[in-house]
Design a protein around this ligand. Structure first.
Ligand code: FAD
Length: 469
């Protein structure tokens, strides 16, 4: 089938609202939000139903035409931006199909935005706990395909832990309906897990059944300052054991806080002492009235007395809690506004090794680029540090580019030495694809390629993402 015949068949099957080649419609879908990737596509398909999504894959498979799936286009590794492939946007498939508060399960289509799913769960007096900065745009299909993490992983796990069932259009054009709300099902391989974190390389996710939880009635948000990164491990375990209710444990180094205060309007440092590290702590409980706030205060007092922390503050209102979160959430925008040459990493280590990672990486980068400093912050409760190397002000982009290969090797090498990962939650996409062979064992890569070849022998599903041809 020629490409023009394919486009005619796709247009006929999808109807006038289901496709476009208009450059104005395509433009926002072809640009990654930070401007790192710009793509091209001959045809945008926007199926509104699973049957239409199936028809798109069947027609593309028959024509041997490759597909790039896209949800909210908030991905950070470029896997959603096509480079000549047919772009399949799932945004029109955005219905909440069902909510069952007895099964604590919600079934949503792939294009449903995370904030809408959170709202639907809240409407049934339940919680869908995934929470991240892009929740107003990121879709369930994209969050599943990148196995998104966010700030509540320490309590509820990653997307992988929140999915009960999936509906997927396979590269063959067949539909796998695995939309069961089962908590237990040991009838063989857990097939849904193959598609979670697969970045669209194994099929089009069209719907998911998600786990719901009791809605917390008590929320406590606090901040603590300490001088030594190793101390955050003591604080983490103290809060966990004293409250049994830890929902988020984020850390920020001094430079992260200073940049957020300097560059983002209305952001304030809660501490006069300018501690080297600040932790943001969120605890929550569904019980209500059992003194969670007192438990957090007592734990922080104990930490102060034991010399683990040097200062602490508990939010006394929703507005104060929001201000604490705003400090944390402003950091990515703040360090970009410096305009300095910089390189960001999304590192995971065992929780216990994260402070050591920061210390070793800081020393290594300062040796390679004198005057370089790090913006280090993130989900310390999960051992996930977002680590950005910032060049000194006088460094030219050329000098930074020359130093970069050694910096990348040093930072990622240290993560691997600590038994960590070079991509904690953002994925591989096209950004890290060519580095993967250096960091995955040959046997792990071979298994990944075997799965890809078995499910997608024509290599039509997101062929440039994750795995080299
Ligand atoms: C401000 C901001 C904060 C963020 N914070 C976090 C964070 O804390 N934790 C975190 O993990 N991530 C974070 N992210 C990253 C991002 O939000 C996630 O990667 C998100 O899961 C992507 O969802 P999306 O719908 O935008 O997918 P897209 O960006 O459109 O696509 C992402 C990948 O999934 C594939 N895909 C999309 N939909 C489907 C589908 N239906 N079937 C098959 N494949 C599909 C695409 O091909 C691509 O490879 C953040 C991003 C931003 C912009």
């Amino acid at each position: 089938m020629s490409l023009s015949t394919l486009h005619e068949h796709l247009a006929a099957r999808l109807g006038p609202k289901g496709w476009s080649t208009d450059p104005e419609v395509l433009a926002p879908m072809l640009a990654e939000w930070r401007g790192r990737w710009h793509g091209t596509t001959p045809f945008l398909a926007m199926p509104a139903t699973t049957a239409e999504a199936q028809a798109v894959v069947q027609l593309c498979a028959a024509a041997g035409a490759a597909i790039t799936p896209q949800g909210g286009n908030t991905g950070l590794v470029g896997g959603q931006i096509p480079d000549g492939e047919i772009l399949v946007s799932l945004k029109r498939m955005n219905r909440i199909r069902s909510i069952d508060p007895i099964d604590d399960a919600l079934t949503a289509e792939a294009g449903a935005v995370l904030a809408a799913v959170q709202d639907a769960a809240a409407g049934a007096d339940r919680l869908f706990p995934l929470s991240l900065g892009s929740q107003g745009s990121a879709t369930i299909g994209g969050l599943i395909s990148t196995n998104a993490g966010g700030v509540h992983v320490v309590r509820y796990g990653m997307m992988r832990d929140l999915v009960l069932g999936l509906e997927v259009v396979l590269p063959s054009g067949e539909i796998w309906n695995g939309l069961k709300a089962l908590r237990k099902d040991n009838t063989g391989y857990d097939l849904k897990q193959m598609f979670i974190g697969a970045e669209g390389t194994l099929g089009l996710v069209t719907a998911a059944t998600l786990k719901l939880f009791p809605r917390p009635s008590e929320h406590v948000v606090a901040m603590a300052g300490f001088m030594d990164a190793e101390r955050w491990l003591d604080l983490l375990h103290l809060i966990k054991s004293r409250t049994g209710a830890l929902a988020a444990f984020e850390v920020m180094n001094r430079l992260s806080v200073d940049l957020a205060v300097a560059h983002i309007e209305g952001v304030r440092d809660p501490f006069m002492l300018a501690p080297s590290w600040v932790a943001l702590i969120e605890c929550e409980s569904a019980g209500g009235g059992h003194g969670l706030e007192s438990a957090v205060e007592e734990a922080l007092a104990e930490a102060l007395e034991a010399g683990i922390i040097v200062d602490a503050a508990v939010a006394r209102s929703e507005a104060q809690a929001a201000a604490y979160w705003r400090l944390r959430e402003s950091i990515p925008a703040a360090h970009k506004r410096t305009g300095r040459p910089q390189m960001s990493f999304d590192i995971a280590t065992p929780v216990s090794a994260a402070p050591r990672f920061v210390a070793i990486a800081d020393a290594a980068t300062a040796a390679l680029l004198p005057g370089a400093r790090s913006v280090a912050f993130g989900h310390a409760g999960d051992g996930n540090i977002h680590y950005t190397v910032m060049a000194p002000a006088e460094t030219s982009p050329e000098a930074f580019a020359a130093a970069l290969p050694a910096i990348v090797a040093a930072v990622q090498g240290e993560a691997m030495n600590l038994n960590g990962s070079i991509s904690a939650e953002h994925g591989v996409g096209v950004a890290r694809r060519d580095e993967l062979p250096a960091y995955k064992s040959p046997i792990a890569l071979a298994m990944m390629k075997t799965v890809k070849a078995a499910l997608d022998p024509q290599r039509i599903m997101n062929p440039r993402a994750m795995l080299q041809p």
